[in-house]
Ligand binder design. Structure first.
Ligand SMILES: [Zn+2]
Length: 281
């Protein structure tokens, strides 16, 4: 995540562990979009990073699924606890497990686009950025009969091209501002994006560690980034219990955007009516 080396989002964000923004003309202007209550939504680029700091609400999001086993566990816990979530799915995995994605929608959760192959979009030319988004979209449409309104670029890596393509295709980008690093334990010996999968597997990551990382960072209006993996699935009951014990309510991304100073209406998964969509023009 070289993105961490980029700019910090203003004074109001200094206390927030969050996705910094990639510096370039369009995205640079995003730093000025923080409202007095701490919420962050940029209407021009349709980029939402966090809700108002004056309400004890949080959103929970799970990236990189659907995973054939942990997604089922996550869904069962969310159902038992009546917690709405957003799953940012990878198109190639949707193709392998379409029934899980259908279940996510049927259970009332939001499903968002996390590209077809989990590729860093800021490394691609505009036509390939569009293909990565559209292929994932097609897989979700086939699996569920629904389209997607949300996009989360892998690694939150984006530049002007990504913002332009995303806006043109009708997406709202959903960022995050609490990351539990639920794919790695301890202090990484080298940057996360330079670590191999086998190196990551050698670290000792427990559900308790994931839970404590979430709880330590918890703030009003936050969007929590977790991953669809077995450790997080094991941690989720404790995360929900402890977040609620602190007086926070879990809300959908849609509801959090409706609570912005200037409410934003974005349908997370509109029903697919026809193949000839605005996105294809
Ligand atoms: Zn991801």
């Amino acid at each position: 995540m070289k993105l961490w080396a980029s700019i910090t989002v203003g004074i109001a964000a200094l206390s927030v562990v969050g996705a910094a923004l990639y510096v370039s003309s369009l995205s640079e202007s995003l730093v000025k979009r923080i409202s007095p209550n701490g919420s962050f939504y940029d209407a021009r680029t349709h980029y939402f990073q966090r809700g108002p700091f004056d309400k004890k609400v949080v959103c929970i999001t799970f990236d990189d699924g659907p995973h054939p086993t942990s997604a089922k566990t996550l869904l069962a816990t969310l159902k038992a606890e009546h917690v709405p979530a957003t799953f940012f799915v990878v198109g190639s995995r949707v193709k392998e497990h379409p029934e899980i994605v259908k279940e996510m929608i049927d259970e009332g959760h939001a499903v968002g686009n996390h590209t077809q192959d989990h590729i860093r979009l800021d490394t691609l030319p505009p036509d390939k950025i569009a293909k990565q988004i559209e292929y994932c979209e097609t897989n979700v449409e086939r699996a569920t009969g629904h389209r997607m309104g949300y996009l989360r670029p892998p690694g939150m890596r984006f530049n002007d091209s990504v913002l332009k393509v995303s806006t043109k295709l009708g997406y709202t980008i959903i960022g995050w501002n609490i990351g539990a690093k639920d794919f790695i334990a301890g202090k990484p010996k080298k940057p996360l994006d330079q670590m191999t999968v086998s190196e990551a597997k050698t670290v000792d990551l427990t559900p308790e560690l994931v839970t404590s990382r979430v709880l330590k960072q918890l703030k009003k209006g936050t969007i929590i980034l977790l991953h669809d993996n077995p450790v997080t699935a094991a941690a989720l009951p404790a995360i929900i219990r402890q977040v609620r014990a602190k007086g926070f309510e879990f809300v959908s991304v849609q509801k959090m955007m409706q609570a912005l100073p200037q409410p934003v209406q974005v349908a997370s998964n509109p029903v697919l009516v026809a193949k000839t969509s605005a996105k294809m023009r």
